[in-house]
Design a protein around this ligand. Structure first.
Ligand SMILES: [Zn+2]
Length: 221
């Protein structure tokens, strides 16, 4: 069974056209999930391949945004600064099929910084959440909690200011609860878990189920 393929992209920031390694969805096997639904893969680690990076300017975004997400003219200087810093700090990036955990941490760090300067809070939250997951795999608890703290801040701001996609509300409520729980704010965690369960009890999603389990776990302590 084949694992990787090469997909063509065009960078919306500098115009570069390039190919980058993608994983066949049939090659992605989730063996288990942590309490925050972090997938643990058997075989290839799909978390390493969530982003696409322009090999020329280093623009890094989730694949769904690459070549598509509009970068407004007034945001270009701030993005340029992030990409220049990444070049200086990381040097040459490994964008191939043999990328390591360290390579993936660099790529998600760039994506998180780009979404931050774009003030795209929804995607900044997801990038920091997944960066936290990579630090968990590395065994670096300190960096994990820093990344999860940033994810929580962005989920909170996004939820307060501009939640537009209602179908995402269960996911966001779940992470408001779960990230608070992981950061030691149990009272806040219970508030968000109960909001989610009371509002979406009838909905069969992994978020409601996971929230009910976590809520009971915290109450049982
Ligand atoms: Zn580019």
């Amino acid at each position: 069974m084949e694992t990787f393929w090469e997909k063509e992209f065009r960078c919306q920031y500098c115009g570069q056209v390039f190919y980058q390694t993608r994983i066949f969805s049939s090659a992605i096997i989730i063996e288990s999930r942590d309490s925050d639904l972090k997938p643990n893969y058997k075989g290839v680690n799909a978390l390493f391949y969530q982003t696409v990076t322009c090999p020329s300017c280093y623009l890094t975004l989730f694949e769904r945004d690459f070549g598509k997400l509009n970068i407004p003219e007034e945001k270009r200087p701030a993005v340029a600064k992030v990409l220049d810093n990444a070049k200086k700090e990381f040097g040459k990036l490994n964008l191939g099929s043999d990328r390591t955990l360290e390579d993936a941490i660099k790529l998600l760090s760039i994506a998180a910084a780009v979404y931050t300067v774009l003030q795209d809070k929804r995607n900044a939250a997801e990038a920091y959440l997944k960066l936290g997951w990579l630090f968990r795999e590395k065994g670096d608890k300190k960096e994990e909690l820093i990344a999860l703290g940033k994810a929580l801040k962005f989920f909170e701001e996004h939820y307060r200011e501009d939640i537009t996609k209602e179908e995402e509300e269960p996911m966001i409520l779940f992470y408001l609860g779960e990230l608070n729980a992981r950061l030691g704010n149990e009272r806040e965690a219970v508030k968000w878990f109960s909001t989610l369960v009371n509002k979406y009890r009838g909905l069969s999603t992994i978020y409601v189920k996971a929230a009910m389990e976590r809520w009971q776990e915290i109450r049982g302590r």
